[in-house]
Design a protein around this ligand. Sequence first.
Ligand SMILES: [Zn+2]
Length: 425
Amino acid sequence: MDTKVKVDISKLRIDGERLWAALMELAKIGATPKGGVCRLTLTDLDKQGRDLVSRWAREAGMTVTIDKIGNGFLRRAGRNNALPPIVTGSHIDTQPTGGKFDGNYGVLAGIEVVRTLNDHGIQTEAPIEVAFWTNEEGSRFVPVMMGSGVFAKAFTLEKAYAATDTDGLTVKSELERIGYIGSEEPGDHAIGSYFETHIEQGPVLEDHDITIGVVTGVLGIKWYDCTVTGMEAHAGPTPMALRRDALQVAAQLMLEVVAVAHRHPPDGKGHGRGTVGMVQVHPNSRNVIPGRVKFSIDLRNSSDELVEAMDADIKACAERLSAASGLPIQIELVSHYPAQPFHADCIAAVAKAASDLGYSQMPVVSGAGHDAVYMARMAPAGMIFIPCKDGISHNEIEDAKPAHLEAGCNVLLHAMLAKAGVNPP
Ligand SMILES: [Zn+2]
C-alpha cells in the first residue's frame, strides 16, 4: 500500500508563523534597544548568527559547506545530485543601525522553503541550497557584497582578505578567529539558478499597494567627484560682474543632475536617478565669495546606455557652464557599477509564481546593490521584493508585515520548485 501522502504542489504553502519566529529569533543576536539589529560582519555576533542558521539547516537535514571567504552553502539533496542546485540566499550581516529583515529575510525564507518541503516529504529533482554571503553590507570592511563578489570573481580573494576595519583587523584574521574560513575555492560551486527574496528598501510597492515586486534588474551606477574652481574674494567690495563665484556655477550643474534624472522617468525603459549628496564649499564663510566647490554626483539608470546618456548630458552642461562663466569644471569618475538585468527565465518564474498564488505584483527595478547582482554573472538569477514600511531600511525602525514576508516566501518556494523540478508523488 502506498502510505505516502499525496501532495498537490500547487496548494503547497510555507508556514508564515514559523518564518516570523525564525526572523525574531535571529534578530535577538545583536538586538538594539530601538528594536533593530547591530550584527556587523565577522564579529562574535556574526559568528553566533552563522552558528544558529547552520544549526537550523542541519536540523532540517541539510549539509553545510563554507568556502574560503566564509560564504555558507546549506544543501538539501535532490533526487539527481549531478544536477546543479537551485540556490537562494542573501546575507545575515547588518548595518550598525540595521533592521531585522534586510538580508536576514532572504536567508531565512530559504530555510523556511526547506522546512516546508520536509513537512510534506517532497523531494526535488535538483538539489536546493540556501546561501549566506559574507559581508554584504560593507560597513565594517570595504568593498560591499564581498563574499558574492569574490565568488563571482569581481575581485580577488587576496584583495578581500587584506581589507581592514578601523581597528586594523583584516578580513582573513577575523574569518579565522570566528572559525568561518572554509576550504572550498570561492566560485567552485555550481549554481543552476539563483533567487533572492528581499525587502524592497524603497517606497514603490507600498505606494502602489502591491505585495510582490518582480525585480527585472539592478540599476547601473556612476559616481563622480566634481570640482568647480573660482576665486575667493570679499563679498562686499567685489561687484557682481567681476566675480568668479564657484558656488553659483556649481549650483546650476547640481540642478542639471536632478533635471537629467527627471528626463528619464520610470516609463518601462528608463529609471533615471540623480543625486548630489555631498557638497564642500571653500572657504565656507558668509562674507567670502566661494572660490572652490567640490560635490558628489550619483547617476543611476536601468541600462548602461541610459547611464551613458545621462553622463553625456551632465558633461555637456558642464562644458556650457564653464564656457559661459570662464570657470574650470572638473568631473572625475570615482566608481562605476554596470546595470545588471536579471534573467528572463527567472523573472518569468517569479511572475508566474506570484500570479498562480494570487498575489498582486508589478515589475520593479532595484536601486540598491544585492548579492544577486554578482550571482547574475554566474547563473540565471532573479529577485523577489516585498514592501517594507515607508520604504525605510538600513535603520532600526525597518519593518515588514508578516503577511508580506509570508507571500514573498511562498513565491520563492514555487519559483524554486519550478526550476528544481518535482515529480508528482
Ligand atoms: Zn540586503
